[in-house]
Design a protein around this ligand. Structure first.
Ligand code: ZN
Ligand code: ZN
Length: 405
């Protein structure tokens, strides 16, 4: 086997050759703007591109129509997977730039597959739907779709280049209170569901003083009765709560549930609590982060120091975090413009701008080059795995770069 530089030069050349097609695919996915679980055209376009290029493609993975798993087999060795996302946001379209994530994963996969027989291992591209919704990666993890994957790599468009995108844990809750209707002149004959919802929210606002400062709440009253002249029979709350880490967020969510149940009990209404699976925080893997950083440097592109990134972390969340708590994984940030915020019309525009297309090309190269590192140096795979196992055995409490309280 030749040294990694030789193979990196080859994948860079291959990516340069297909850059027009890449931009075409990225623009097509952007124009489809399909929302989570409905990414029919987007997933088909990406999976077809892989199949045309010799990948063995399995569609409809984990019971989701728009999830796929594509693999190109090489010699014995580890399997490196690139993760693709391609869902858009309702009304805002590709305001999270997932057209870049999906396209870069597919073309990085194709570039590596051209030389996979010369390397140690296999290259996979996993199509993961519904990131903006329930989190397709969570379902895919539960269904075993990541079995056999040794290393997972993804990128996310941002307003800066960084070798690791730190994200935090998130939980969405729906709390439904069911009381008893009555004329509002005789409220004692009913049980007021809206009062229970309001009391829960005000108590939460008192309780938050007892939570760590990294706990963030968002809430709305989705349903609060129909008429002012009757006691509201039903009320519904939606609460989103975030924290730096899943362990602490689990405690916070338990206390929120206890609060809602206690208040429902006192007011005499019934309560039902529906909880989505957590989006867990992203776990840093220094072996992977360093490899990504080196590859940015090889390309002569500046990339923020991971410590600096950790210090100025945003409070975004992604289901990629769940992947990073199951196997060695890294998602790096790629700049599509300065001073941009995710989920805005400006971000959607930037995702197919010249700068966005340039970022697409860069992200694809960094992904492919990082895979080459792990497919040519078995000791790096071993190191990344050992590091991951060490964090896992501490229940992810003993991490670098992640300032836990
Ligand atoms: Zn998003
Ligand atoms: Zn996103």
């Amino acid at each position: 086997m030749k040294d990694s530089k030789y193979y990196k030069d080859k994948v860079i050349e291959e990516i340069e050759c297909v850059k027009d097609r890449m931009i075409e695919v990225s623009k097509a996915v952007h124009s489809f703007a399909e929302i989570g679980t409905k990414e029919i055209k987007s997933s088909k376009l990406l999976a077809d591109e892989l199949e045309k290029n010799g990948f063995k493609v399995e569609r409809g993975v984990a019971g989701m129509k728009t999830a796929f798993k594509a693999i190109s087999h090489g010699n014995s060795g580890p399997t490196v997977a690139f993760l693709a996302e391609y869902d858009a946001l309702p009304k805002l379209g590709h305001a999270c730039g997932h057209n870049i994530i999906g396209t870069s994963a597919v073309f990085a996969g194709i570039a590596v597959s051209k030389i996979i027989k010369e390397l140690n291992g296999n290259i996979a591209v996993i199509g993961t739907p519904d990131e903006e919704g329930a989190g397709g990666k969570i379902k895919m993890l539960q269904a075993g779709a990541f079995q056999g994957v040794d290393i997972a790599i993804m990128n996310h468009p941002l307003d800066k280049n960084c070798a690791w995108w730190p994200t935090v844990a998130l939980c969405d809750l729906r709390i439904v209170f069911r009381g008893k209707g009555a004329h509002y002149a005789t409220p004692h004959k009913g049980a007021n569901a809206l009062d229970a919802a309001i009391a829960t929210l005000s108590t939460l606002n008192v309780m938050r003083h007892g939570f760590r400062p990294d706990v963030i709440f968002g809430y709305i009253i989705e349903e609060g009765g129909l008429l002012t002249v009757t006691v509201p029979e039903r009320a519904k709350l939606k609460i989103s709560v975030k924290s730096l880490d899943t362990n602490y967020l689990t405690d916070v969510v338990d206390r929120i549930k206890k609060c809602a149940r206690g208040i429902a009990n006192a007011i005499g209404v019934k309560v039902e609590i529906h909880q989505n699976p957590f989006f867990e925080e992203s776990i840093p893997n220094l072996t992977l982060i360093q490899a990504v950083k080196n590859n940015f440097e090889i390309l002569g592109i500046e990339c923020e120091d991971p410590l600096e990134t950790a210090r100025h972390r945003s409070f975004y969340s992604t289901d990629f975090g769940n992947v990073s708590r199951r196997l060695p994984a890294v998602s790096f940030g790629i700049s599509i413009g300065r001073n941009l915020t995710l989920h805005t019309p400006e971000f959607a525009k930037a995702a197919i701008s010249d700068e966005g297309n340039h970022a697409l090309l860069l992200a694809t190269k960094v992904m492919a080059m990082t895979a080459i590192d792990f497919l040519t140096k078995p000791e790096m795979v071993r190191k990344a795995k050992e590091e991951f196992e060490r964090y896992k055995s501490s229940n992810f409490t003993n991490l670098p770069l992640l300032p836990l309280y």
